[in-house]
Design a protein around this ligand. Structure first.
Ligand code: ATP
Length: 771
């Protein structure tokens, strides 16, 4: 059993007072500062408009007042408080940082600090107070761990672990507010299932607070391998906890290193190098990784690891400053390369990372990001090839980078998987010279081991265990109607609808808005802040439980939104991997969820092929026992025809309203553009004349243009009429079986009503969908 710490409340309060006094005198001496660097200043954020579209660099503009600029001989600049102003009025408060680290999806909260960085002195004291209440638990974990350490005696890990134990002892000795620690509070869970993973007491505490009672399969397999220093390629189904599979070892490494960094001066703190670079294919995913790892840090006692988020849509200048003090850098390849290539010495810092993580690796390594990934990987190893011209002698003598490479995804193309697993050898010569090939990038990853550890915890199925997959077949022109029907079948479901195009996202969002459903849009043409705001509104715990997000595949990968119950594929995904990742936004972390494909007759063949690929093992097993099958291995869902029939009038009104709104927007845009062009040319522009000339000599597509024109010509009062009619329909339940006779006679069939089983949309009995 762990020994309980003897506490002397008086002595601890005295100690806390002493520390407060010391802090005051530190503050008083801050006016002794001479000139200051840019990072020492207390910059204030300048409020900017929400939408600046392409003017990305101006998001997060900052200003400072009361400062004189002092030019240095070498061309650099320093800063000093203006005459008559105390220096402390311009310097950054000691515990405050730039505030760019993860701060939630909310725009309004952008000034708040991330959980990882909220550790102002006051916050730290409260945290320490809480921590002291957990001492007993921690002591137990620590003792367990020490026992385990002494049993395992791994020479490589023994030393840092011992120093961690010592650190944790010294942290406890410095607790403040311990005198208030009368009430035993326990909001954590038992985490003994993590025992075998050789984790620090800090991580145990964090896991307990986060209520992660046991490791997931990928965590159990990957964490020890990474802690042992191996390169790891990890494959596990969506939502199975891959982020912490690499996040925990990174924090463990940080804790090991912390002893060395403690006591170093503020300056060397700023010159420190990050320990990890985590690359992600999308901005949203990068933000989420930051949030998830930030939570681990925030819940881990006295762990102040700094996370820098390097993604597009935010200020480059701010991110550069963040990078200067970051421990963990998380970013998208485009922006990471944009910043590294500014030539401000950041590449050298990055070359010292201990971990390179490639998340959603199959996407990062094979499409879209090729050039930036190539640049980053080349830069990380440049000094190893000795080709940084301006390196000084000291650096040249440095050990070559010894980083670990961690590659994770739920899906790997067969070829990529085989190469990563070392099953298929690198083709020498020709292939490697082909600088456009995935193989070339893989080689550039520069694993430290000849063969990384390949960990595949779900070789049988890529789909999450709690996921049910269904298909709704419908006429091609009625997809909207069937989509609406499915949504009404599951009224209390948080639903994510995927489409294959941005225009479809826009149209379906407007359509569902017209039908008064709580719907938000997400696609890559939206401004970054609007993207984050949509996710925030859709996912917030206080959001309507029936919220709907309509998105392109920008939301398909990695996004971890709590409580998503249903995924609807409005368009059949283009690849099997996209289907796996889209569907993986539900049934996460052991929960259950539904994935429903809405499929027109001409899409059935494609769906069968797709499903066959995903469920190849299942299909093969079934065929082995029953002979060849043409059946799609997805459950067919029958929508009640009465429902479809009764919803048709609503849908046709909603469509007319939506088509008209979109057509009017289009005409306005076209009109504005043509007017501007005519102005430039100095000619007169007559929109009617233009419309008539457009109408002449049309062939195919003329019908659509005519319809669009008609839609755009609906008058305000006609639109108002349609809206009123729709409103009237929406105010009534959809009657699918209660006799009109009963209703008009005021004799409502209560039983029939009750049989609606809590689905307020319907009046009468509705057979639930089969799953
Ligand atoms: N050990 C655990 N116990 C319970 N929940 C966990 C555990 N580890 C992670 N989680 C939770 O599981 C959810 C999914 O985790 P994560 O986002 O890391 O999954 P993933 O495997 O990366 O998914 P994807 O492939 O979709 O990116 C998160 O909400 C996370 O908080």
């Amino acid at each position: 059993m762990g020994q309980k710490r003897a506490r002397d409340p008086k002595a601890q309060v005295a100690e806390a007072n002493k520390r407060k006094k010391a802090a005051k005198s530190d503050a008083a001496s801050s006016d002794d500062y001479g000139s200051l660097g840019v990072d020492d200043l207390n910059w204030k954020e300048v409020a900017m408009p929400d939408r600046m579209d392409d003017a990305e660099g101006f998001f997060g503009l900052e200003e400072i007042e009361g400062v004189d600029i002092i030019k240095q001989g070498d061309g650099g600049v320093q800063f000093k408080a203006k005459a008559g102003k105390p220096t402390k009025s311009i310097i950054k408060p000691p515990s405050e940082d730039d505030g760019d680290e993860w701060a939630g999806f909310s725009d309004e909260d952008s000034s708040k600090k991330s959980p990882a960085t909220e550790k102002t002195p006051a916050a730290t004291e409260v945290k320490e107070d809480k921590k002291s209440k957990k001492d007993k638990k921690k002591e137990q974990n620590k003792t367990k761990k020490e026992e385990q350490n002494s049993k395992e005696q791994k020479p490589k890990e023994q030393k840092p672990k011992e120093s961690k134990a010592a650190q944790s002892q010294s942290i406890k000795a410095g607790l403040s507010f311990a005198a208030l620690d009368d009430v035993e509070e326990d909001d954590g869970v038992d985490v003994s299932a993590w025992d075998g993973l050789n984790l620090s007491p800090e991580t145990f505490t964090a896991l307990s607070k986060m209520k992660f009672s046991s490791p997931s399969a990928i965590q159990k397999a990957s964490i020890p391998a990474i802690l042992d220093g191996h390169d790891v390629v990890g494959k596990a189904s969506t939502g199975s906890g891959k982020t912490l599979a690499f996040g925990i070892p990174i924090i463990e490494h940080y804790l090991d290193q912390r002893g060395k960094q403690e006591g170093q001066s503020d300056k060397s703190e700023k010159n420190k190098s990050p320990i990890a670079l985590i690359l992600s294919p999308t901005r949203e995913l990068a933000h989420q990784l930051g949030k998830h790892i930030g939570e681990l840090i925030a819940n881990s006692p006295d762990t102040n690891a700094r996370v820098a988020l390097i993604t597009g849509g935010m200020s480059i200048q701010k991110q550069q400053r963040q990078l200067a003090t970051a421990d963990i850098v998380i970013g998208t390849p485009g922006r990471v390369w944009e910043i590294l290539s500014t030539g401000t010495g950041l590449i050298r810092k990055m070359q010292k990372i201990q971990f390179l993580v490639v998340d959603e690796a199959d996407r990062l390594l094979s499409e879209g990001h090729f050039k930036e990934m190539e640049h980053i990987l080349t830069a990380l190893d440049k000094h190893q090839a000795g080709d940084i011209a301006d390196m000084d002698e000291e650096e040249e003598e440095e050990e070559p980078s010894n980083r670990q490479t961690l590659v994770f995804s739920a899906t790997f193309h067969k070829d990529l998987q085989q190469k990563l697993a070392g099953k298929s050898r690198w083709t020498s010569g020709e292939m490697l010279d082909n600088k456009e090939s995935m193989e070339y990038l893989l080689k550039k990853l520069n694993f430290r081991e000849e063969k990384p550890k390949f960990i595949d915890v779900n070789p049988e199925s890529q789909m999450a265990v709690g996921l049910k997959e269904g298909i709704v077949e419908c006429p091609a022109m009625e997809k909207d109607l069937y989509l609406y029907s499915v949504l009404l079948y599951y009224p209390k479901h948080r639903t994510l609808i995927f489409t294959n195009s941005i225009s479809a996202v826009r149209r379906i969002t407007q359509l569902l808005q017209a039908l008064q459903l709580p719907v938000f849009a997400l696609h890559s043409n939206m401004a970054q802040k609007a993207r984050l705001r949509s996710i925030e509104r859709f996912s917030s715990p206080t959001a309507n439980p029936s919220s709907i997000l309509v998105a392109t595949d920008v939301a398909a990968r990695g996004l971890d939104i709590k409580g998503v119950n249903c995924i609807i594929h409005y368009h059949v995904p283009r690849t099997a991997d996209a289907y796996v990742h889209r569907s993986g936004r539900t049934a996460r972390a052991g929960e259950s969820g539904k994935s429903i494909l809405i499929c027109a007759p001409d899409e059935v063949v494609g769906v069968a092929r797709l499903a066959g690929k995903i469920h190849s093992k299942k299909t093969k097993k079934a065929e082995d026992s029953n002979g060849p099958s043409k059946k799609i291995p997805l459950e067919s869902l029958d929508i009640d025809r009465r429902v479809v029939a009764r919803l048709r009038p609503r849908m046709s009104l909603a469509k007319r309203i939506t088509d008209s709104t979109i057509a009017k927007e289009k005409v306005n845009t076209e009109d504005n553009w043509l007017r501007a062009a005519a102005d430039d040319l100095g000619v007169e522009y007559d929109s009617d004349e233009f419309d008539q000339s457009k109408g002449r000599g049309r062939g195919r597509g003329g019908g659509r243009e005519r319809r669009e024109k008609e839609a755009s010509e609906l008058s305000k009062s006609e639109m108002a009429g349609l809206r009123a009619e729709l409103k009237q329909l929406l105010s009534q339940r959809v009657n699918i079986g209660v006799s009109e006779k009963y209703l008009t006679a005021g004799r409502i069939d209560i039983d029939a009503l009750l049989r609606g089983e809590g689905n307020d949309a319907f009046l009468g009995h509705l057979d639930p969908l089969t799953f």
